[in-house]
Design a protein around this ligand. Sequence first.
Ligand code: SF4
Ligand code: SF4
Length: 383
Amino acid sequence: MQKRRWGQTGLNLSIASLGTMRCLESQEIFNQTLNGAIAAGINHVETAQGYGLSETYLGQWLCNLPAIDRAALTLTTKIPPCPTAAQMAQQIDQSLQRLGVEHLDCLALHGVNTLEHLAWLQAPDGCMAAVGAAIASGKVGHVGFSSHGSLDLILQTLRTGLFAFVNLHYYFFRQHLEPAIALAHALNMGIFIISPADKGGLLHHPPTLLQQRCQPRTPLEFTYRFLLADPRITTLSFGPTNPTELAGAIAQLPTISPTAEPIWGTTEIEIAARLETLRHERLGTTACEQCYACLPCPEGINIPEVLRLRNLAIAYDMTEFGTYRYRMFENAGHWFAGQRGDRCTNCGDCLPRCPEQLAIPELLHQTHTQLRGQARRRLWQED
Ligand code: SF4
Ligand code: SF4
């Protein structure tokens, strides 16, 4: 599998990384999935304190890994930001203990999602003091962060200069974080894309319409190509529940070699044009163009994200994905911030700010009716 430089860390990571959030049915399933990843050439495994038994299972699996394979592997765990250095130092030691290692290649701050989290990072005796000490003592190699926060918060966090890599939710169907990709690249940071299959649109089981319009690619293959054609991106995370799912995802990665067809060639350009035509046909003048100019909303509604889910449900029949994400509003705290669309009081504040002159209150209520379902909490800490 092709490898790319992980920004300023200097590590070379496979273009696919294994996320170990879901292969937790048993230690045996976990081991089989990890062994499948190694056999396929994946050399980056990612876990988190928030992923249930993942760190413990990974520690057990590492015990039996041949030394040559261990030496070739990059391990990352994620720990949430916290207010004090003492708390972070304790958590780093807990992760090392569970993983059964003395050195962690990479540590990511898991979910720098709010301004308070950013303040904790910047406080002199905050959590980054402990991360710095862990790097100085050899417990940790490199540090990065993931975020579910706003573009502005991500840009501010990148500009702190504290991090060597970043984990982002950036996909073909969610491109408004592009300025964060550009800044991270300019800062020579590694860029890890979080779960393109799941968060990128539930693309492992796409609606028929989307499958048809992406021919001869699958929607997942198309999105992998979109991401990997971008040389700024280092690696994409796969989060399979078992080795069979992993093999299915790997089979959809493009072949990258000087003799293979281009990752983003005539076929992909035609697919993107077809999707754009379909978007226009089905959304007409109600398409939200994701400019974010309508915010802030006094009721705390994440208008652009609600309307992005509406765009996808109407344009491409991605209703299952829309429902899956919409149900997280008001149920996942800072991991998926924003109030539901039906909280709109029709105050009208956002209307003059929308360059598309959208009837935002009406569209929000309509989206709520279409996508509301049973409230859903997050599965672990999902990135
Ligand atoms: S009209 Fe609705 S969505 Fe717009 S700012 Fe007012 S409450 Fe928010
Ligand atoms: S201002 Fe209009 S087009 Fe832009 S994100 Fe808000 S609703 Fe969408």
